[in-house]
Ligand binder design. Structure first.
Ligand code: NDP
Length: 339
């Protein structure tokens, strides 16, 4: 059973060499009797930025760190091989937390779902468009941003798993949407494929405040923040009266123990801006509504979805660490097996 394991806890920016491939013996292809566990064959694994935090021993987060020497955990799509839970039968396809290995023994948990074959989308989409990142976009945009038609919206890491859907939902809601991303290829995708109104490469902007003033001469009503740091600080300077900032993630901060570069918080007071952090898992009761909404738009061709598929478990460490340099174009997924 090939696995990707964490070598030891990380200090500083996570690197590819913090992970290693290991071979372990799979003792049996049946779930232990009475275990209420599922034995699954992993097909697709999701690379998500929150996992970087789990590589640290102490980081004060909402989910425990990974265990060194053990395969790392993450969202995946898998096929049930054996189960003594009547809800999951051999052959069923599931999505939920699994481990980075070929076969896993997993327990039932809150976000473990049976995949509905009627949905008829590629299996890997259950890790992005119809999975946790897509749901994050949906919950964050509608529940945290309280959007109104005609408002102006800034999305950072806009071509990524979460950002690409936030921008498209905002457009469908009648908002003016600008995305920031880290390469000209991504900017092109945002403008020409994902139908953002505008997009810019933040790495080409020596002054982010000036860039935001250019794209938002009247200011920003909603900032959907995926990155934190300097972009958040520049957005604070450009918020409109009664604006909202949804603090979704801080991918720019994974090498630091404390978020850096925030000097403009006073604007929250002067502009009466509401800034709220959120976790998608707080809104799980909305998951069925999210699936209906997104599938409907996807089928009508109103939503496009871009993913970056990396082949084989061997490619997992590079694909995962690549999130930190923006190597991924769209949602990063690892294909372990196709069936
Ligand atoms: P992405 O698919 O967007 O991948 C990460 C992207 O972040 C990279 O492609 C890169 O894009 C960008 N990035 C990396 N380093 C930096 C940096 N230093 N400064 C600016 N941008 C950087 O990831 P996801 O869509 O999966 O996640 C987006 C955010 O949402 C993350 O912060 C994540 O933690 C958060 N999240 C929060 C959840 C919640 O419940 N609150 C749930 C899921 C995700 P580029 O080339 O454009 O720089």
């Amino acid at each position: 059973n090939k696995q990707v394991v964490l070598k030891g806890y990380v200090d500083g920016t996570p690197k590819e060499t913090d992970l290693e491939l290991k071979q372990s013996i799979l003792s049996s292809l049946t779930a232990p009797e009475g275990s209420s566990a599922l034995l699954v064959k992993n097909l697709f694994l999701s690379c998500d930025p929150y996992m970087f935090r789990r590589m640290r021993q102490f980081y004060g987060s909402y989910i425990p760190p990974f265990v060194p020497g053990q395969p790392i955990e993450g969202f995946g799509v898998a096929r049930v091989i054996d189960s003594d839970d009547p809800e999951f039968k051999p052959g069923d396809l599931i999505s939920g937390t699994t481990r980075w290995e070929e076969y896993s023994l997993i327990r039932k948990h809150e976000q473990l779902r049976k995949i509905d074959p009627q949905l008829d989308v590629p299996l890997s989409y259950h890790l992005g468009l119809l999975g946790m990142p897509g749901f994050t976009a949906h919950a964050g945009f509608y529940e945290v941003c309280s959007p109104k038609k005609g408002e102006t919206v800034l999305v950072s890491a806009a071509s990524g798993a979460v950002g690409q859907l936030v921008g498209q939902l905002a457009r469908l809601h009648g908002c003016y949407v600008v995305g920031s991303a880290g390469s000209s290829k991504k900017v092109d995708l945002l403008k020409n494929k994902l139908k953002f109104d505008e997009a810019f490469n933040y790495k080409d902007e020596p002054d982010l405040n000036a860039a935001l003033k250019r794209y938002f001469p009247q200011g920003i009503d909603i900032y959907f923040d995926n990155v934190g740091g300097e972009m958040l600080d520049a957005a604070l300077l450009n918020m409109r009266m009664n604006g909202r900032i949804a603090v979704c993630g801080m991918v720019s901060q994974h090498g630091h123990s404390d978020p850096r570069g925030i000097h403009n918080l006073y604007n929250l007071i002067s502009k009466r801006v509401k800034m709220q952090g959120f976790l998608q898992s707080d809104y799980l009761n909305l998951f069925p509504k999210f699936v209906d909404h997104v599938v409907d738009h996807y089928r009508k061709g109103n939503i496009t979805y871009i993913e970056d598929l990396s082949e084989g478990l061997e490619s997992a460490p590079a694909a995962f660490i690549g999130l930190l340099s923006g190597k991924n174009v769209g949602k990063q997924v690892i294909c372990v097996a196709r069936e």
